[in-house]
Design a protein around this ligand. Structure first.
Ligand code: PLP
Length: 361
């Protein structure tokens, strides 16, 4: 099989070492003669790896002891509903910084459960997409929470500052950026992430929630979304997505072996710099995102002549560079370069881009 590099936005590639380990023990896990996905989540073997996965995640992100770490169903969108159900009442206000399509989706869902107010949106600077930090004076201190998404997977828009919230709990959708760089958990009320970008297979989401925000779910909250029930039952109120949890655990072990989130941040910075410099150094390619807001995880770019898009996609796929088509709402190309993408993948993509320009430019 020839080597390919998979730039899918999600579900996304997993580290090769992790895939090989899962393959090696697929049918005979821990010498039990069966697969990890065939054993009870309440058995000692599964409980052991579930607890280790949680501890490894806590170590990687230095999660303070007054935070619960939950492993749950429902993906990122499940949390769009779980957050308002757990943190607000129908007459409460939730604040939202909109920086792209996912944070916008969170507003629509929150509006079913409370009064969602947008405190900031994508603007323009130098003709490029730009996100300005909302002023603290615009943050209603009686709001139930303040939701933001520091890395917009579809739009490739990101920011490295934390919104100023005063005493309002910050809720961060980190689906496409968690574990890509160090993070100050203590500044957040809730951090959540669907697994299929930077953690493991789809079907799992991780929620990191501060103690005092647990136990306040409104009474009609579905039990499987109630943070207090999840916390009390070690995320086993109902059958958790066991295989995804197991694989997430392998990814956390891999991350520790790689040197943790500091090492990842360094590598991710180098990868993104390589790709953006290829885009910037040519008129054949362009980015619509202001340099201050360029994502290191999802890199959308456009060909000056969109008539060449389909040829670019056809030839890149043939060259082993998969899933470069941009989201339908943005068009053009998008390279998703999460933790699992090695530097060699970026080098191969940049070489392909140069050659494609040489022939077609
Ligand atoms: C993918 C994604 C989601 C949605 O995740 P699902 O698991 O499909 O519900 C939400 N937010 C962000 C930032 C994402 O990248």
């Amino acid at each position: 099989m020839k080597e390919v590099f998979n730039f899918s936005a999600g579900p996304a590639m997993l580290p090769k070492e992790v895939m090989l380990k899962a393959q090696a023990e697929f049918t005979n896990w821990r010498d039990l003669g069966c697969s990890v996905m065939e054993v009870s989540h309440r058995g000692k073997d599964f409980i052991e790896i579930a607890a280790k996965a949680e501890q490894d995640l806590r170590d990687l992100l230095s999660v303070p002891s007054n935070y619960h770490v939950l492993f749950t169903h429902g993906g990122g969108r499940g949390q769009f509903a779980a957050v308002p159900l757990n943190l607000s009442n129908p007459n409460d206000t939730s604040l939202h910084l909109v920086s792209g399509s996912w944070s916008k989706g969170a507003v629509t869902e929150a509006n079913k459960y409370n009064k969602a107010v947008v405190v900031g949106d994508v603007s323009e600077k130098d003709g490029l997409q730009y996100v300005a930090p909302p002023a603290l004076s615009d943050i209603d201190q009686s709001a139930a929470y303040y939701h933001f998404c520091p890395n917009e997977t579809v739009d490739g828009i990101a920011y490295d500052w934390l919104p100023e919230a005063g005493n309002v709990p910050l809720v961060s959708d980190m689906s496409s950026t968690i574990l890509s760089q160090p993070l100050d958990v203590a500044k957040h009320g809730v951090i959540y992430a669907g697994a299929q970008k930077n953690i493991g297979p789809s079907g799992l989401s991780v929620v990191i929630v501060r103690d005092d925000l647990v136990g306040k779910a409104r009474k009609e909250t579905p039990s499987i979304f109630d943070y207090a029930l999840a916390a009390k039952s070690d995320s086993m109120y109902n059958t958790p997505p066991t295989f995804s949890w197991y694989l997430a655990g392998l990814v956390f072990e891999w991350l520790k072996d790689m040197g943790g989130v500091n090492a990842m941040a360094k590598r991710n910075g180098e990868k993104a710099a390589l790709l953006y410099s290829a885009i910037d150094s040519s008129d054949f390619y362009s980015s619509k995102v202001h340099p201050d807001n360029r994502s290191k995880m999802n890199v959308p770019f456009h060909l000056a002549n969109p008539a060449l898009d389909s040829l670019f996609l056809e030839q890149s796929q043939a060259a082993g560079l998969l899933a470069l088509k941009g989201h339908r709402s943005v068009g053009g190309m998008r390279a998703s370069i999460y933790n699992a993408m090695p530097v060699e993948g970026i080098v191969a993509l940049v070489e392909f881009m140069r050659e494609f320009e040489r022939v077609n430019g």
